[in-house]
Design a protein around this ligand. Structure first.
Ligand code: FPP
Length: 254
């Protein structure tokens, strides 16, 4: 009884959107959506039920982020390491973008959202790529939030590929070694059209980056919560942004 009361009080103490300073909303929020499996296990459900529920959270948070005026939202949906999971789970995860877009694309369009993807397309099933390509095409002229799915994405691979591209440019005489700087590196990453994330959110209590945007997160504010991704609500997003707004970003200066 007391426990429930505390939980209720805890919930009601979460901030509202209008408590946030509108002039300091992060431009780019990146999210490691973790804890789907544990959420399902806690309920005696198969892991994939957690992923399905996590898909609904993606929609909810996209709409909330767009309303707040966040410009870029990058969601870690599948890493280059996630292929190690059982085939059934991988197959299920590969169907999610298509299912999500079948259900939500019209509403995303109504909300002026642009869909994008960041990751290696080669290994992905054609149905996954074609659903995403279609959504990217249909939303390319939208001017609202950019919903960027990191799918078959791994930061070390991304950086290795960038280094190879830069080496090729040097080899072919388009670039000198002295000209290689942070701008050249950023330009060769999969995220080249996005600013670096201002805020990284990871759910489920794990305190690591799991090969996600290692270059781009160099000066991002990090925020972790114990809440599992399927339970993550708009209010948790506001809580993360409220904490972000309390931080002083110094970028190594004073
Ligand atoms: C990590 O949780 C989550 C993933 C590997 C998949 C994330 C995918 C979604 C939330 C749905 C994506 C939706 C779209 C539209 C692409 P986990 O399974 O590792 O959880 P656990 O650590 O509790 O086992």
């Amino acid at each position: 009884m007391i426990k429930r009361l505390w939980a209720k009080l805890g919930k009601s103490s979460l901030p509202k959107a209008d408590s946030l300073a509108p002039e300091n909303i992060p431009l780019h929020v990146a999210i490691i959506m973790d804890g789907n499996g544990r959420w399902a296990k806690k309920r005696g459900l198969p892991r994939v039920a957690g992923h399905r529920s996590g898909m609904k959270t993606v929609k909810r948070i996209t709409i909330a982020a767009n309303r707040l005026g966040i410009k870029y939202l990058t969601m870690y949906a599948f890493s280059t390491e996630n292929w190690k999971r059982p085939k059934d789970e991988v197959d299920f995860l590969m169907k999610l973008p298509q299912q999500f877009l079948e259900i939500e694309l019209d509403e995303l369009i109504k909300n002026n959202v642009q869909v994008r993807m960041m990751g290696t397309r080669e290994k992905l099933p054609s149905h996954t790529v074609s659903a995403l390509e279609e959504a990217i095409k249909k939303t390319e002229n939208n001017t609202g939030l950019v919903l960027n799915f990191a799918l078959n994405y791994g930061s070390r691979l991304e950086m290795l590929e960038a280094v190879k591209e830069i080496a090729k440019d040097v080899q072919q005489g388009h670039l000198s070694v002295a000209e290689i700087d942070e701008t050249v590196m950023s330009r060769n990453l999969l995220s080249c059209e996005l600013p670096d994330p201002d805020l990284l959110i990871r759910t489920s209590g794990e305190l690591r980056l799991s090969n996600f945007m290692l270059w781009q997160l160099a000066y991002s504010e990090l925020w972790f919560t114990d809440v599992y991704w399927p339970e993550f609500t708009e209010k948790h997003l506001y809580e993360a942004i409220q904490e972000y707004q309390r931080r002083a970003r110094r970028y190594g200066g004073l």
